[in-house]
Design a binder for this molecule. Structure first.
Ligand code: ZN
Length: 224
């Protein structure tokens, strides 16, 4: 993936001594890499959203209809908030080392202060904050570069940007990125959920609705 200044400029730290607020480091255009302040900003934006959707009441969660396949011919029902929570946790699990993941769980998921984390893990303050910066930077990069559906930008994730999976795989094969985490597509998640590849249906839809209503009618008559 190629990072551009138009993408990094808005979220870079203006006081950053590495990129001076531009968000990119490196000489030639093709070799430019995102500054750590940009990666940390991406992580914090995604973490804030994770905190919001995981603490809100479950009735606030919306059900969406998403197209799958190369032509988007099949549609499946999805719950974006719950998918986001699962994806965010999966990125942490796959990206971080075991010791980093312990700090991630204690500090970011359970809300432990630095003092509590240091006591529990037997590390000093400096080691803890270095690890937190490293977690934010590593996860920030993966959250943006992940294929085919990156968690950042959030509006693209939640508005359901459609991407041909074959095109995404072709792009990854021509320019492989070692640190990119590939998440299963929506269709693969549906088939692995034990419904034999059948897309999820809306509750009480079509003939199922009729059969349920007939069953209810019969049991009411029997009760009477
Ligand atoms: Zn910077």
């Amino acid at each position: 993936m190629e990072w551009t200044r138009s993408e990094t400029l808005g979220i870079a730290n203006h006081a950053c001594t590495q990129c001076h607020g531009l968000g990119l480091r490196g000489g030639r255009l093709s070799e430019r890499q995102p500054c750590n302040c940009v990666l940390r900003a991406i992580f914090r934006i995604c973490y804030e959203k994770f905190h919001q959707v995981s603490t809100q009441e479950r009735r606030m969660s919306r059900v969406t209809l998403d197209g799958t396949g190369s032509q988007c011919r099949r549609v499946v029902w999805g719950r974006k908030d719950e998918e986001y929570i699962a994806d965010f946790l999966a990125v942490a699990k796959r990206t971080l080392r075991e010791d980093e993941h312990k700090i991630f769980r204690l500090h970011f998921l359970l809300g432990g202060t630095w003092r509590m984390c240091c006591d529990r893990l037997g590390i000093d303050k400096g080691t803890f904050f270095h690890a937190v910066y490293r977690i934010e930077e590593r996860m920030g990069r993966v959250l943006r570069e992940m294929k085919p559906y990156a968690l950042y930008p959030l509006d693209e994730y939640f508005s359901g940007v459609r991407m041909d999976l074959r095109e995404a795989k072709k792009a990854a094969a021509t320019a492989p990125l070692a640190e990119v985490v590939e998440m299963p597509s929506i269709a693969a998640r549906v088939s692995s959920a034990g419904v034999a590849g059948r897309p999820l249906e809306a509750p009480l839809k079509g003939t199922r609705r009729l059969s349920v209503l007939t069953h209810l009618h019969k049991s009411n008559r029997r009760a009477a």
